[in-house]
Design a protein around this ligand. Structure first.
Ligand code: GUN
Length: 283
């Protein structure tokens, strides 16, 4: 079994981002990322904190617009419109989930697609599905980079994605399909999850259920990508895979923490740099 070390690869990518920032600064451009954080969700606040810290470390300007839970849709749209117009902002990210009274689709669609570094705007979703250049959501993008780093070619592999969210499952399925894997997408209404996972050469799971993937659900030599992040009662960070029992059966597996999580942050920075560079070529 080989560990897919996302922590090391993310560090390498972030160092390259730093060099890119230095190059951009020679052309008097400082890449800028604006983040919108609504409400008091502790996990969202922690993610946003990690993202802005990573920006600062790389030399990317970052600003966080913190808004109360009760903010109106119009106020959020106003902030987005302002950031769309701001030439110093190259990336705009609205941390999800948003409160229930906010129409998430309308908010995501208001972001200028050329600044949509999360890749959640339908324009970018469509381009990526079509195999065209567009912003790829950071988490699945990070998984693909991790596979590439360990010379794992998805071509012809049976892939099983567990979780069908717009943020992780669907774009993960898209990228693996574009890389010529045969893809099953499983979700809460899937009748027999085990029949799908057992057939898989590669399993990507991100649903927020600790120990969902157990030893008897995994075939010998499978590649396991654990995108789940859960905190146990004792405060330990775990994924969605019963790691201790599953790991002996695998050829490759991501640890939690230190697997996919750090890659998500790194790829957000990569997307922000891509947007800043695009502004030069299109100026
Ligand atoms: N919430 C959970 N993951 C993400 C992410 O990658 N981006 C944003 N904007 N919100 C999230």
């Amino acid at each position: 079994m080989t560990l897919l070390d996302g922590k090391s690869l993310a560090e390498k990518i972030r160092n390259n981002v730093k060099l890119d920032v230095e190059e951009l600064q020679k052309q008097h451009i400082t890449p800028g990322l604006a983040v919108v954080l609504v409400g008091n969700d502790a996990a969202s606040a922690a993610y946003v904190n990690m993202k802005s810290k990573a920006c600062k470390e790389a030399g990317i300007y970052s600003v966080v617009h913190e808004m109360p839970e009760t903010i109106s849709q119009e106020n959020i749209l106003d902030i987005i419109a302002m950031m769309n117009r701001n030439p110093n902002i190259h990336g705009i990210l609205v941390q999800l989930p948003l409160p229930n009274h906010i129409d998430t689709t309308a908010i995501l669609e208001a972001i200028d697609p050329t600044k949509d570094v999360d890749g959640f705007h339908p324009y970018n979703v469509g381009r990526v599905v079509s195999g065209l250049d567009g912003y790829i959501p950071a988490t699945p993008y990070g998984v693909m980079k991790l596979l590439e780093e360990y010379n794992i070619d998805p071509k012809g592999l049976n892939a099983c994605i567990v979780g069908a969210s717009n943020i992780v499952g669907k774009p993960m399925a898209t990228l693996l399909l574009n890389a010529n894997a045969t893809v099953d997408i499983c979700h809460i209404y899937t009748k027999d999850l085990k029949s799908h996972t057992l057939n898989a050469d590669i399993i990507c799971v991100g649903v927020g259920v600790p120990n969902l993937i157990k030893e008897d659900m995994v075939k010998e030599g499978a590649i396991i990508i654990d995108i789940g992040i859960n905190r146990t009662e004792s405060g330990k960070l775990v994924g969605d895979v019963d790691y201790e029992n599953v790991c002996q059966k695998t050829s490759f597996i991501t640890p939690v923490p230190g697997g996919v999580g750090p890659m998500t942050i790194a790829m957000l920075l990569v997307n922000t740099i891509k947007s800043a560079k695009n502004k030069i070529t299109k100026a």
